[in-house]
Design a protein around this ligand. Structure first.
Ligand code: HEC
Ligand code: HEC
Ligand code: HEC
Ligand code: HEC
Ligand code: HEC
Ligand code: HEC
Ligand code: HEC
Ligand code: HEC
Ligand code: HEC
Ligand code: HEC
Length: 453
């Protein structure tokens, strides 16, 4: 059977008048193609008239700057009509300073590559590692070569071990302390056996000072070093240096003579000696009979008993003898248990080495104990319970940090800014802000002159 479909028959099916006839769907489409852009234009114009500019931006502003969303000119000062140029540093410096990193850096990068905008509600100070790596993968300085590790691109891969743990360095402190001996479960305390805890000796300065082994008399004394130079004074970032008065006094009494229950003050040797002399003066004034000293009976070579000799001392002599005895005990035993003492030629009083307890071990990074308070002390200071010498360095190395500070969602932040600052904030200049939100301007304008009646 032949098919009846010829080209002609097919052509007759096409309605050549199609485009001339009105058709509802098509008209709607046409109307929309004009109305939608027109509405958009009106919307843009309307927002423009209303002073809203945020529609022109590629993405939302960072959290700190989101209040500027309708004030593009605050940053894009050069030409408020054209946003093609990234803002100049000058615009940023109008509101806050961004002091440089190091005076010896070869160049000063501008603010924007590090603090880039229009990426949504991000934390602007959370800069990418690449902004540091730009210099730190090949660190060069003006006039010389750096003493720091010259190539670092990420904490996870090529960051060096911390300086204090690189070379076999020592703790420079001079207070003798055997951690292992003091952390024994059956340490002899003032009221029987105790188990010391790290917190009995180590607390941040902001913590309440309710220590178990402090002592009221010592606490009331000024710091023995004269000026209390030790940092930090406040905060919860670093640990306060242990003080005798707060952490040792209750167990290590500074008694000097069996006649007195009182201990010497924990202070400079001159003060200690003056205290001792005064105590003996008061004592002998109250007990003059003690000036009669009976020498122990002894036997001579023939075995015959010698009549005990009786000496009557002058008060000053009695005081000098007893003070000398007390001094021998203090300098050679009591104080020496914890301190290094030395006698300069001809000096009668010892010199006590400065305690020199380090309070900041990472001068080139920041650390915060408070951010880690959920973890036990020994998870980072694993060496403390077995350390016998003050000279031991008990700080965690980079491998410990990397167990938590690593890449990926299940880890703590590992980008450089977490542990370092870029800006040297000590060089910060005060900025006198000049930016006024236009919406405040009317409120700030002087009130109009009142009408003359
Ligand atoms: C807090 C300062 C700040 C404010 C306010 C601000 N911008 Fe920006 N803008 C920037 C920075 C910084 C860049 C460069 C971003 C980059 O290079 O990563 C930029 C870039 C741009 C760009 C792209 C230019 C380019 O080179 O790609 C446009 C468009 C833009 N801004 C529009 C706006 C508009 C519109 C507003 C107001 C709603 C606005 N900006 C408000 C800081 C700002
Ligand atoms: C109109 C004033 C103004 C201008 C202009 C401005 N900022 Fe800010 N900026 C602020 C305010 C306000 C804050 C929030 C207060 C603070 O953290 O100090 C802030 C915060 C920041 C922060 C800290 C944000 C954080 O995550 O903690 C950075 C970084 C910053 N600005 C960088 C810049 C840079 C870069 C520019 C230039 C592109 C700039 N700012 C321009 C007012 C301004
Ligand atoms: C090489 C990268 C880099 C450059 C360039 C840079 N910053 Fe920063 N900025 C940082 C980092 C990292 C931080 C967070 C750590 C810190 O405070 O140093 C920061 C923090 C800030 C803060 C927030 C301080 C706070 O209160 O937390 C401000 C404001 C700031 N920068 C402004 C500026 C300005 C203005 C410029 C340009 C003059 C600039 N920055 C250039 C990396 C940079
Ligand atoms: C413009 C180049 C440059 C950039 C960008 C840069 N650094 Fe540095 N950095 C230096 C120089 C120069 C030194 C000093 C080296 C010296 O004195 O031997 C230095 C030293 C350091 C030090 C050791 C001394 C100190 O300041 O504590 C640290 C840590 C450091 N930078 C971290 C960073 C971090 C984090 C960033 C990114 C936010 C960064 N740097 C970005 C040039 C740069
Ligand atoms: C009886 C008090 C006492 C107790 C308890 C004690 N410490 Fe110490 N610790 C000191 C003294 C004093 C110093 C300073 C002298 C020194 O460097 O050894 C010190 C120093 C340190 C240092 C810094 C010095 C270095 O070389 O690293 C760390 C870290 C430390 N202790 C951790 C601990 C931890 C962790 C515990 C608990 C497991 C603990 N300590 C328990 C008294 C104590
Ligand atoms: C709870 C009581 C207690 C506290 C608190 C305490 N000690 Fe001791 N300390 C002892 C006892 C008990 C001994 C004797 C331990 C031994 O010989 O095994 C001792 C011994 C010592 C010795 C001699 C160590 C050795 O190796 O034989 C030194 C030095 C010392 N303590 C320093 C300190 C310092 C410094 C502090 C304060 C930071 C302190 N102690 C806090 C109880 C304490
Ligand atoms: C149980 C250990 C212990 C004994 C015993 C001890 N001290 Fe101390 N001493 C310390 C500690 C810990 C410090 C650190 C700072 C503080 O307590 O204020 C210190 C600091 C000092 C300082 C200041 C050092 C500086 O940094 O300039 C002087 C001075 C001092 N002691 C004198 C004495 C004298 C004198 C004696 C003996 C009568 C004595 N101490 C006995 C633990 C002891
Ligand atoms: C988890 C914390 C942490 C992170 C993240 C981190 N650092 Fe460090 N960084 C440290 C500590 C701690 C030190 C030791 C500081 C000291 O010895 O005073 C250090 C030391 C340094 C030093 C001095 C090196 C030397 O030779 O002693 C430089 C430079 C440095 N870091 C740069 C960086 C850069 C760049 C990044 C990002 C790629 C980064 N750090 C990331 C903790 C960190
Ligand atoms: C996440 C690891 C971590 C934990 C957990 C930790 N520390 Fe530290 N600790 C450090 C680091 C890192 C330093 C060096 C910080 C610095 O001085 O810059 C330090 C320093 C110290 C110092 C020397 C003084 C100082 O602050 O620099 C003492 C003492 C100390 N820690 C005691 C403790 C005690 C007690 C605990 C438990 C309550 C503890 N630490 C928990 C990491 C840790
Ligand atoms: C047991 C896990 C753990 C270990 C180990 C650890 N950290 Fe952290 N660290 C954290 C957590 C969790 C935070 C808080 C969350 C965050 O900022 O990502 C933090 C925060 C920090 C901060 C920011 C503190 C602040 O004030 O915002 C610094 C700096 C830091 N750690 C340094 C270190 C260094 C240096 C080490 C190694 C000595 C270390 N951490 C080891 C878990 C850890």
């Amino acid at each position: 059977m032949a098919r009846g479909r010829t080209t002609k028959k097919l052509a007759q099916r096409i309605d050549l008048e199609y485009f001339r006839r009105p058709e509802p769907m098509r008209r709607l489409r046409f109307a929309l193609s004009i109305a939608v852009p027109a509405a958009a234009l009106l919307w843009i114009l309307g927002l423009g008239v209303a002073g809203k500019q945020h529609i022109y931006q590629a993405g939302g502003l960072s959290r700190a700057h989101v209040v500027l969303s309708d004030h593009c000119g605050a940053c894009h000062v050069s030409a408020t009509t054209s946003f093609r140029k990234a803002p100049a540093d000058q615009a940023c410096l109008g509101c806050h300073d961004g002091p440089i990193h190091h005076a010896n850096q070869l160049s000063t990068p501008s603010c924007v590559p590090c603090h880039s905008e229009h990426r949504g509600a991000i934390r602007l100070a959370a800069t990418d590692d690449s902004s540091c790596a730009g210099c730190h993968v090949n660190l060069r300085i003006r006039g010389g070569s750096t003493t720091f590790a010259p190539s670092i691109s990420s904490f996870v891969n090529d960051h060096p071990q911390f300086a204090i743990l690189r070379a076999p360095r020592q703790d420079p402190g001079t207070i003798k302390l055997n951690h292992a001996a003091h952390l024994r479960p059956d340490l002899h305390g003032p009221k029987g056996a105790v188990q010391l805890d790290c917190g009995d000796c180590h607390r941040p300065p902001a913590a309440r000072a309710d220590r178990r082994f402090g002592d009221a008399q010592s606490r009331s004394m000024p710091a023995p070093s004269g000026a209390d130079r030790a940092l930090p004074r406040a905060g919860r970032e670093l640990m306060a240096p242990p003080k005798y008065a707060e952490t040792c006094a209750a167990c290590h009494l500074l008694q000097f003579d069996k006649r007195f229950v009182e201990a010497v003050p924990h202070a400079k040797p001159e003060i200690v000696l003056a205290f001792v002399v005064k105590k003996f003066q008061e004592f002998i004034a109250a007990h003059p009979a003690e000036l009669r000293v009976v020498r122990d009976p002894d036997r001579n070579l023939t075995g015959k008993a010698i009549v005990p000799a009786v000496r009557i001392l002058a008060a000053s002599q009695w005081i000098a003898e007893h003070a000398a005895e007390a001094e021998a005990l203090l300098w050679k035993k009591t104080c020496k248990e914890c301190h290094s003492l030395s006698f300069a030629a001809g000096a009668t009083l010892p010199r006590i080495e400065p305690a020199n307890i380090t309070t900041r071990w990472f001068p080139n990074a920041r650390f915060n104990h408070d951010a880690h308070r959920g973890f036990t002390c020994t998870s980072c200071h694993a060496g403390a319970p077995t350390s016998q010498e003050t000279a031991d360095v008990l700080l965690p190395g980079i491998a410990t940090c990397r167990t938590c500070h690593a890449r990926g969602e299940n880890h703590a932040e590992s980008r450089c800014f977490e542990c370092h600052t870029y800006h040297d904030w000590s060089k910060r200049k005060e900025v006198r802000p000049s930016f006024i939100l236009p919406s405040f301007r009317s409120a700030l304008e002087p009130p109009a002159e009142p009408h003359a009646n």
